[in-house]
Design a protein around this ligand. Structure first.
Ligand code: PMT
Length: 406
């Protein structure tokens, strides 16, 4: 069976294009990444613009193309450091011999090399050049240097080249590039495990037309479901109402209220090796949900009092099972993050708590990014602000490590 690329939903790929005849293939590559769900942004070197226009790449990527270091226009849209932080993966395709040499020797005198130097995400390089240039000792030495520093070198392919010569130096085929680049996101850290994740808000009915809820969008829980699935897990996502698409290969169970969520969790928890409670579950629900719409000023009343009753604590019930899975809670806090998270770790008998500061609107509820403190019984670890997707991958690695050491 043909291998298929893993889903790239919510992945941020920064595509660097350098000068070479294969630059035109970057257009097709951009489309193929987008077909897999990726958000693609483009950096072009000045010599790349001799082979394909920035306008073409802007139209395809739907974002301004970044050309120069310290250009006031593009820097104000997204500065070079911000661009490096934005990316989940940087892929340079095609990468010229000149780029390999400059990156290997640590140059930072144009936008692309500077962003590569500043990158904390994986950097993949797809060389394309004349076969004699590729086989030269200098180029091979640059290749080895970059490999030893953690770069991923994809290709080149062998075959007939644009210059008429035959040999190794062709840009890897676009399909293969998409496959190999997407495989860089898969770790296999949770291969064979079943992970149950709750996500999103719950809605607690007041009457048939009104409810009480919260600001959870589901983004963090869905990102974690995608990351766990990419790490090889069978994922069951139990979600309150959201507008998000279910990640590929993830089994979704849609619920509305905390009681529904509790019931759904109980129905599948026997299968779970890991349970992660990302959902913002309502702690209380109206004691009575009226059968009919509550009328304004009923019997001349100027106020309305609702009585609430406590909802089941879903994660606590999971943690109290004799055959409990590895149980991870989230804690949305506005102050004293670590202290409050630690209390939840102990009170709910969890294995790990992820604390996020929801007082900052750039992270937490409904934001695309998050910054967290992972709290264990024997310590804690801070993960700085990054996309919820990138953060989820780091979290999956931490959970996998902790699980294997229990
Ligand atoms: O969905 P997003 O917009 O991306 O936002 C993400 C988030 C901010 C909702 C998420 O990162 C987060 O912090 N989720 C937990 C929010 C929360 O309700 O925390 P809590 O402190 O009330 O609950 C602690 C833990 O107990 C959580 O794992 C929660 O799922 C669980 N819980 C709480 C109450 C309850 N009745 N049952 C539960 O299982």
């Amino acid at each position: 069976m043909e291998p298929t690329p893993i889903n790239l939903n919510n992945r941020r790929i920064l595509l660097g294009i350098t000068g070479g005849i294969a630059a035109y293939k970057a257009a097709e590559l951009t489309r193929r990444f987008q077909d897999q769900g990726a958000d693609v942004r483009i950096i072009m070197t000045r010599s790349a613009t001799e082979f394909i226009t920035p306008l073409t790449m802007q139209a395809l990527s739907k974002h301004p193309v970044h050309l120069d270091l310290l250009n006031p226009d593009t820097e104000s849209v997204m500065g070079h450091i911000e661009l490096a932080r934005w990316a989940d993966l940087i892929l340079i395709a095609p990468a010229s011999a000149n780029f390999l040499a400059r990156f290997a020797s640590g140059h930072g005198d144009d936008l692309l090399t500077t962003v590569c130097l500043a990158a904390e995400c994986p950097v993949a390089i797809a060389p394309a050049m004349n076969q004699a240039m590729w086989s030269k000792a200098a180029t091979q030495s640059n290749r080895s240097t970059l490999l030893s520093r953690g770069a991923h070198i994809l290709g080149p392919d062998e075959g007939l080249q644009a210059c008429g010569e035959t040999g190794a130096g062709r840009l890897m085929a676009v399909d293969d590039l998409v496959l190999r680049a997407s495989a860089l996101f898969s770790t296999g850290a949770l291969q064979g495990k079943t992970v149950v994740i709750t996500a999103g808000p719950t809605r607690e009915a007041i009457d048939p037309v009104r409810y009480i809820s919260n600001h959870s969008s589901g983004k963090q829980g869905y990102a974690l479901a995608a990351a766990a699935s990419d790490a090889g897990a069978h994922v069951i996502l139990i979600s309150g109402p959201t507008h998000l698409a279910v990640p590929d290969r993830v089994t979704a169970i849609n619920v509305v209220s905390a009681l529904d969520m509790h019931e759904a969790v109980q129905s599948v928890i026997d299968q779970a090796d890991i349970f992660i409670g990302v959902a913002a579950v309502a702690d209380y629900r109206p004691t009575i949900a009226a059968n009919q719409k509550i009328k304004k000023n009923q019997d001349g009343q100027r106020s309305l009092t609702l009585e609430f009753i406590e909802n089941p604590d879903i994660i606590k019930a999971v943690a109290q099972r004799p055959d409990r899975p590895f149980t991870v809670g989230f804690a949305a806090e506005t102050e004293h993050l670590e202290t409050h998270a630690k209390q939840k770790l102990v009170n709910k008998q969890l294995d790990l708590v992820v604390a996020n500061n929801v007082a900052n609107t750039d992270i937490g509820f409904n934001a695309d990014d998050n910054a967290i403190t992972v709290v264990y019984h024997d310590g804690s670890r801070v993960l700085p602000m990054m996309s919820k997707r990138a953060l989820s991958e780091r979290l999956v690695e931490i959970i996998a490590q902790r699980l294997s050491s229990t």
